[in-house]
Design a protein around this ligand. Structure first.
Ligand SMILES: [Zn+2]
Length: 575
């Protein structure tokens, strides 16, 4: 915050509420503007921004806080300009505006904004605020004598129209660039964004739409219904592909998690990128044929794959040496091009957690960990109802939690990782005395009381407990779900793990952690992949789609959460 300023001191570090209504709004009259202003002041606003002398007069009578006056008027280019003439500013001040804001963007400057700014200051004696969209415009306005710059026009000029959200980083840039106070305004929709603006150095913050547009606030809640109904519309179907370490499972899945068709084939991991992509294409083709035969039209493709994935681009960020050529591959763009459908890609262990969240045990759980036990060991975590991906998409690498110092070498290049002590080969090793040919046999034998098999399952449970204790202790999940082949029909694993965890996790009785096996079965990964596609289409994230227009619409129309409220107004009427 800058120290020397002509602004009213009581605006520093405070909220200014912009009280404006659209022409067609039932609130588009001076009494309503005054009532909104009264409510805003009642709620703690230290200033009001308002449009036109009639509204300002009514507001000035109703409240005592400073009023930032603007006058929106259409110009000869057919677009609105904020306070386009000296005469307009004069009427605003006469009506009670203690400050005047002027559009000082490049366009505004073409209409003489900087000269007008100087004249208003000089002749009317009020602080003049410059509504700008870029750092350059802010510098020009400050040099012309603006008493503050406002980020109001960011996102509403041709040069900045790509900006769709409030950017605290832009505020920080302005603060560095100009010596006058910077007031944050434009697309600020949450208290968290207000805090971010202050953190970035804003002198004050202006919020409008999110407070004074009941129709948009209502729409935000209505959109939650819309997206819920879409997510639960049984007529919507998706193609889910789960490219695992050994097999690729694929199927046609409804929004409700019903598997309409399924198939399995072996994954040609060692044949390189091209062969893998063609293999996936073949899997999708098979699903599409199934869909045609059933008369359904899949809406999107979801792919769960080994390796770490950037869900925004659909690119495999990193895959181990076991998957040659997979690092850097982009199965999303490949499949999108081949089929013309939106494609969402997710790490396979994450996709299993998504499946549990949408169709399984964790439907009503906000914090849980899903551990997959098979050829490898993987995991997916939900923290505060969000899939945790980490900054570089490497989160949840539960298989590589060290459990034995200087232990067995791991595929990741380190040693002593949980995976080496809790995967299928480990179970075979622990039961070596029993002459079993596969893990299913060991588990079945453990269920009938075979001591060698039971001992093997318990040994695996012990290592799993050492590894998972280091997730449960810091994350404090509500539920630990065991998925994958080794968890199937294996109640001893669940009970032995619970017992071992009780000895290794602090505050165990108070945590009420539920340990349980997944009930989604063999096709869980396919369900997860389909769920990823479904969420992507409805919420508009993690999907790179051919029909990006409709997705973008979904993104702005139907964001279901309060974190991403749909308050983005059309055009520049927010100013
Ligand atoms: Zn490892």
């Amino acid at each position: 915050m800058k120290s020397a300023t002509n602004l009213p001191a009581n605006l520093r570090g405070q909220l200014i509420v912009s009280c404006q209504a659209l022409d067609r709004s039932p609130f588009r009259n001076p009494e309503s503007a005054a009532r909104f202003a009264l409510s805003a002041v009642e709620g703690g606003a230290a200033g009001i921004r308002a449009n036109g002398p009639e509204d300002i007069l009514a507001i000035h009578k109703a409240v005592e806080v400073p009023i930032v006056g603007i006058w929106k008027a259409k110009q000869d280019d057919g677009k609105i300009l904020i306070t386009p003439s000296f005469g307009a500013a004069q009427k605003l001040v006469e009506a009670g505006a203690g400050l005047v804001a002027v559009d000082c963007t490049a366009r505004g400057q073409r209409y003489g904004a900087l000269d007008r700014l100087r004249r208003i200051k000089q002749e009317l004696g009020v602080p003049v605020l410059a509504d700008i969209a870029t750092v350059e415009e802010a510098i020009q306005a400050a040099q012309a004598g603006a008493d503050a710059v406002l980020s109001t026009m960011r996102g509403y000029t041709p040069e900045t129209q790509h900006v769709r959200v409030f950017e605290p980083s832009f505020i920080a840039e302005l603060v560095l660039a100009v010596d006058v106070p910077v007031i944050a305004e434009g697309r600020i929709q949450t208290p968290a964004e207000v805090r971010a603006a202050l953190e970035a150095g804003a002198y004050a913050v202006i919020v409008g739409t999110a407070i004074t547009r009941p129709e948009l606030i209502t729409r935000m809640f209505v959109s939650a219904f819309d997206s819920w109904h879409r997510l639960n519309d049984p007529k919507r179907t998706f193609i889910g592909i789960d490219a695992g370490a050994t097999n690729t499972k694929s199927g046609l899945v409804t929004s409700l998690g019903e598997l309409l068709s399924h198939s399995v084939s072996s994954t040609p991991w060692n044949e390189g990128r091209k062969a893998l992509l063609q293999h996936l294409e073949q899997c999708v083709s098979t699903c599409r044929e199934e869909a045609r035969a059933r008369g359904v039209e899949p809406e999107a493709i979801g792919l769960a794959t080994a390796g770490w994935v950037d869900p925004n681009s659909g690119e495999v960020v990193y895959a181990t040496e076991n998957l040659p050529g997979w690092t850097g591959a982009n199965p999303a763009s490949y499949l999108r091009e081949a089929f013309g459908l939106p494609v969402a890609v997710e790490n396979d262990a994450n996709a299993l957690a998504v499946a549990e969240k949408h169709f399984g045990a964790a439907k009503n759980v906000t914090d849980f960990v899903c551990i997959t036990l098979g050829t490898g060991v993987g995991g997916g975590c939900y923290i505060a109802d969000r899939l945790n991906r980490g900054r570089h998409f490497f989160a949840n690498a539960l298989g590589h939690i060290p459990v034995v110092p200087e232990g067995a070498p791991c595929t990741c290049g380190k040693s002593g990782c949980l995976e080496q002590y809790a995967n299928a080969s480990a179970l075979m090793r622990y039961a070596a005395r029993g002459n079993f040919t596969c893990c299913e046999q060991i588990i079945a034998a453990a269920n009938t009381g075979d001591p060698t098999a039971q001992c093997a399952v318990k040994t695996l449970a012990k290592y799993l407990a050492i590894g998972s204790a280091s997730i449960v202790n810091p994350l404090d999940p509500e539920m630990l779900i065991l998925a994958g082949g080794l968890a199937q029909n294996n109640p001893l694993l669940v009970s032995a793990l619970t017992e071992e965890l009780a000895n290794r996790v602090t505050m165990w009785p108070q945590r009420h952690l539920q340990v349980q096996a997944s009930t989604l079965g063999y096709w869980a990964g396919v369900l997860g992949a389909a769920a990823v596609a479904s969420i992507g289409v409805v919420e508009g994230y993690s999907v790179t789609g051919a029909s990006s227009q409709s997705l973008e619409k979904a993104a702005t129309d139907s964001k279901p959460s309060m974190e991403n409220p749909t308050l983005t107004p059309v055009g520049r009427d927010q100013a």
